[in-house]
Write a protein that binds this ligand. Structure first.
Ligand SMILES: Nc1ncnc2c1ncn2[C@@H]1O[C@H](COP(=O)(O)OP(=O)(O)OP(=O)(O)O)[C@@H](O)[C@H]1O
Ligand SMILES: [Mg+2]
Length: 449
């Protein structure tokens, strides 16, 4: 059958069936039935979009057939065909769910109008149902879970921004999902089959940064024994993710600015200009605007990056999401380990909701992972959770000495650092340790600022 809506006409008068067929056949697939039994048979065998139904049938009352068809498919639209003397019954049929009725002898134009309106209504209802499903699906977006309005907004921004080539700046505390967002933007863009290259500005020492990003020509400097392709070149046609962009030295910031503006660069040790076709996504867990005010980040680079901004809320500001995130990670670890999904008691969940999550979603994910390995039974209880989250309230019973010492050191060092406005030299002096020892400790304890 052709790709036209299908209309089933049910009437016991041969002449009526034929005239409907004449009127409808250009725009619809037309099925004809002279009895109720035939009608149900055809209805079951075909994807019928609309039924025209005579109220008077030999083997069944039209109203009963109406009910039967609605039982088979509650979304089917039915238009009753009636004689003038039967108007009362037709009105009753509307109360029973018929869309409308037409009176014999019918007017062709009128019939077509009614049918089209009925089909439009059906399409609309389908669209609404589809949209509702889309919204439900929004709890899962790429690999992200979220139903807090702030996250729904983030999902909308990702959808929009991924359709453009503009530079995106993602800001948010550590562990809020900045890298996930960057990957989601890439995966939804038309660059998705090209590389997604991460340049971790904090992890690469400043002295190696340049060769890492730009690559170099063989013989460019002593020790350059081969030609090395830089990350920018590797990323060509794809997306470059500049992670922890706040860590770039001012000198590198200037170089990067030029590249973003000109979309080309010179390989170290060669005169060759490399043309770039990449989309930049940058991330920072520090307030870059504040850094520009202090002269620590170039203002012009900030505005180049901040074309399409996305701010990720910390977990304590989207507490609504804690429950679904916990469930999501419980399912994830059950899939990974092949064990059944663990339950979590209400009291335990309440503790998780109250906690303020300084390490955000990453901390929650790690906690759930530890819980799934520590807890042997099928339910995670209050006691299991308190052991892992209540420590900052001084309740360190059951914590190993080393862990307790770490906790104390972390707290104390952070306090000292705050006191001296995060000047590491000053802090080291106050703590009576060497500056390098302090820096090692900060790394070891995972203190970031
Ligand atoms: N909405 C979310 N749904 C599911 N998992 C999430 C969500 N947000 C973050 N995660 C998970 O939390 C962890 C941290 O996320 P991610 O690495 O993207 O954070 P980040 O903001 O880049 O942190 P950092 O600043 O420390 O690099 C990852 O394992 C990520 O999969
Ligand atoms: Mg990250």
């Amino acid at each position: 059958m052709e790709n036209k809506p299908t209309v089933l006409v049910v009437d016991d008068e041969f002449g009526v069936l034929q005239s409907f067929k004449m009127v409808l056949k250009d725009e619809f697939n037309v099925l004809l039935a002279a009895t109720g039994a035939d009608a149900i048979d055809l209805f079951n065998k075909n994807a019928v979009d609309l039924v025209l139904l005579d109220i008077l049938l030999p083997d069944i009352n039209g109203l009963d057939l109406l009910e039967k068809l609605k039982d088979l498919d509650s979304s089917i639209e039915i238009i009753m065909i009636t004689a003038v003397k039967d108007i009362q019954t037709a009105v009753k049929s509307i109360r029973m769910g018929a869309y409308d009725y037409i009176v014999k002898p019918f007017d062709v134009i009128e019939v077509l109008k009614v049918i089209k309106r009925a089909l439009e209504k059906r399409d609309l209802i389908r669209k609404v149902i589809y949209l509702k499903n889309e919204l439900v699906r929004f709890n899962y977006f790429e690999e992200m879970v979220g139903q807090d309005e702030k996250m729904i907004r983030v999902f909308e921004l990702i959808s929009m921004f991924s359709q453009t080539d503009g530079t995106v700046l993602i800001q948010g505390e550590s562990g809020t999902g900045k890298e996930l967002v960057a990957r989601a933007i890439h995966n939804r863009s038309n660059r998705k089959d090209q590389p997604f290259v991460v340049i971790n500005c904090a992890a690469i020492p400043p002295t190696l940064m340049e060769s890492e990003i730009f690559g170099y020509q063989k013989g460019a400097f002593t020790g350059a024994s081969t030609t090395v392709i830089g990350k920018l070149e590797i990323a060509n046609k794809g997306t470059v993710f500049l992670d922890d962009i706040d860590s770039l030295t001012i000198a590198m910031q200037s170089k990067l600015l030029r590249i973003i503006q000109e979309k080309e660069f010179e390989k170290i040790g060669s005169r060759k200009i490399v043309k770039l076709d990449v989309r930049f996504v940058a991330a920072s867990n520090k307030d870059l605007l504040q850094m520009t005010a202090k002269g620590e980040f170039r203002e012009d680079l900030f505005y180049r990056l901040n074309v399409l901004p996305i701010d990720l809320p910390p977990l304590r500001k989207k507490k609504k999401d804690i429950i679904i995130l916990v469930k999501h990670f419980l399912e994830l670890y059950s899939r990974n380990t092949g064990n059944p999904v663990k339950e979590i008691s209400r009291e335990a969940m309440e503790v998780l909701i109250k906690y303020d999550w300084p390490g955000n979603v990453r901390e929650l994910k790690n906690l759930v992972e530890r819980l799934t390995t520590i807890v042997k039974g099928s339910v995670i209880n209050l006691a299991d959770v308190s052991l892992l989250t209540n420590r900052k309230k001084g309740d360190i019973q059951g914590t190993r000495l080393k862990e307790a010492v770490n906790l104390f050191e972390k707290k104390y060092i952070t306090e000292v650092l705050e006191k001296v406005s995060f000047n590491k030299g000053e802090a080291a002096k106050m703590l009576g340790i060497h500056r390098n020892t302090l820096i090692n400790k900060l790394n070891e304890l995972g203190i970031k600022f």
